[in-house]
Design a protein around this ligand. Structure first.
Ligand code: AHR
Length: 496
């Protein structure tokens, strides 16, 4: 790989390392919020979970859904607890007790050191709710909704900057599903009133729920036709699985993520040209992850429970490699993908798992996510990679080496993230750092395990965890390392 200081993809928007918490399963109740848990503070926030989240340095968290938001009335979740209703939650067919809502989430986010990305309901609600919620959250005082917030104990506005206009509105599973035109119109009108209330906010319009949708990418074009002038971002969602146990293909799925990003970018630029616009649309990949392990178990869950164990994927070593490749794919497109959310954060397809009343621990995917979020700040550099490749039945030309470097000028460091997709052999890596001159290896972290199906559990929470015995060495401005088979690597270099 050749890395040059002058070949910059972009200064990475830290929101690329965002995550997501939905009122779904045990993400909120039993996850981040569990009054009575031994580690809970006086507000019911689990401190053991908070301390794991702080390690991830999550810059922004999307909330409260997801599919949940399309049937949610945010007013049910504010004000005195004793007045809050329990509701049938139709997206996931549970009971939503509304013990936790906007104000609790804002408080919790401060404790977690993260910002809020709020998704509004454009399924069963619309323009009126859009203006009310921004007024409640962001207007200082002297109006009905802002004074209501103050009466709930929150004098200072929440100043929520980033808002999603609904969720996956193209999906037949969505409460209040819409055609692209129906959605485009309501999203544009909602955006208008939201920005009349607070012109400083940034908005995300819904792209397709995935590349698999028959309406993709026509959906994007139509939605943008209506919303282009009103929003800053278009969303992408994608989940990857290995139900056929074809690990080589699974490891190549990040190439599909890149294709998806390229084609959504092209669609945005087509509408830009059509509108003779000077504005460039950015992308918010606000749901991405591996998701498939829990599919069968979820079918057996009885409806109308409070916080049942839904979507509790237990992640393996190979899932961590895929997440590492997906993170590198996002970095490679960080000029257009400015925000992204690992979906989700706790218990629900998540890097952090908890037991109700018990422990909290890091799943395998926690580690690549943490490494990228902590060390991947600065400028993403163009990765000029020459690597042997392999083909599978579904995907061709998959390079064994997936890699990118990030230059952090402030820290005077370059960090190389690299996955060796070869399941049988180690891969010799040589990096030519050229214009950077000399450097020294601060550490070479490696995540690997002989058993690609190994997992972390409450009883064995560190079975899959990184070590710092990687063998990267420097010779002048050349870095060499042997990347062990099926491994995630972080080579941190301090520049002279
Ligand atoms: O993250 C789980 C679900 O996946 C979200 O609720 C929905 O937006 C997507 O289909």
């Amino acid at each position: 790989m050749i890395v040059d200081k002058d070949f910059v993809i972009a200064t990475i928007d830290e929101r690329l390392y965002g995550s997501f918490i939905e009122h779904l399963g045990r993400a909120v109740y039993g996850g981040i919020y569990e009054p009575g848990h031994p580690s809970a503070d006086e507000r019911g926030f689990r401190k053991d979970v908070l301390s794991l989240i702080r390690k991830l340095r999550v810059p922004i968290i999307r909330y409260p859904g997801g599919n949940f938001v399309s049937g949610y009335d945010w007013k049910d979740g504010v004000g005195p607890l004793e007045l809050r209703p329990s509701r049938l939650e139709l997206a996931w067919r549970t009971i939503e007790p509304n013990r936790f809502g906007m104000n609790e989430f804002v408080d919790w986010s401060k404790a977690a050191g993260t910002d809020v990305m709020w998704a509004i309901n454009l399924g069963t609600h619309g323009v009126e709710e859009a203006r009310q919620i921004v007024e409640y959250a962001n207007h200082a005082s002297g109006s009905y909704w802002s004074d209501l917030r103050i009466s709930h104990g929150y004098k200072a506005p929440h100043a929520i900057k980033t808002w999603c206009l609904g969720n996956e509105m193209d999906g037949p599973w969505q409460i209040g599903q819409k055609t692209a035109t129906e959605y485009g119109r309501v999203a544009a009108e909602s955006a208008k009133v939201m920005k009349l209330v607070d012109p400083s906010i940034e908005l995300v319009a819904c792209g397709s729920s995935g590349k698999f949708m028959a309406s993709y990418p026509e959906w994007e074009a139509t939605v943008l036709d209506h919303t282009y002038d009103h929003v800053e971002f278009l969303s992408l969602h994608s989940y990857y699985g290995n139900a056929d146990n074809d690990t080589e293909t699974f490891l190549g799925r990040s190439l599909e993520m890149e294709d998806f990003i390229r084609s959504v970018t092209a669609t945005c630029d087509y509408i830009k040209a059509k509108k003779r616009s000077k504005k460039t649309m950015h992308l918010s990949f606000d749901e991405w992850n591996v998701w498939f392990h829990s599919n069968d178990a979820d079918k057996k869950i009885e409806p109308w429970q409070v916080a049942p164990p839904q979507l509790e994927d237990v992640y393996t070593m190979e899932d961590a490699l895929v997440v590492g490749c997906l993170l590198i794919a996002l970095l490679k497109h960080s000029d257009r993908v400015r925000m992204a959310c690992l979906a989700q954060l706790v218990n629900v397809i998540a890097p952090i798992m908890t037991e109700n009343g018990g422990d909290a621990w890091a799943q395998t995917i926690f580690y690549p996510y943490m490494h990228a979020s902590v060390y991947g700040r600065g400028q993403a550099l163009v990765p000029l990679v020459q690597s042997p490749k392999y083909d599978t039945k579904e995907i061709t030309d998959i390079p064994y080496l997936e890699s990118i470097a990030v230059y952090n000028e402030e820290a005077n460091e370059v960090t190389i993230f690299a996955v060796n997709r070869d399941l049988k052999h180690s891969l010799p890596l040589e990096v030519d750092l050229r214009s950077f001159g000399g450097c020294r290896v601060l550490e070479h972290l490696v995540l690997e395990n002989d058993d690609l199906k190994s997992t972390n559990t409450a009883r064995q929470p560190e079975r899959v965890a990184p070590h710092s015995h990687g063998n990267a060495i420097v010779d002048g401005s050349k870095i060499s390392a042997s990347l062990t088979k099926a491994s995630w690597n972080v080579i941190r270099l301090s520049l002279n």
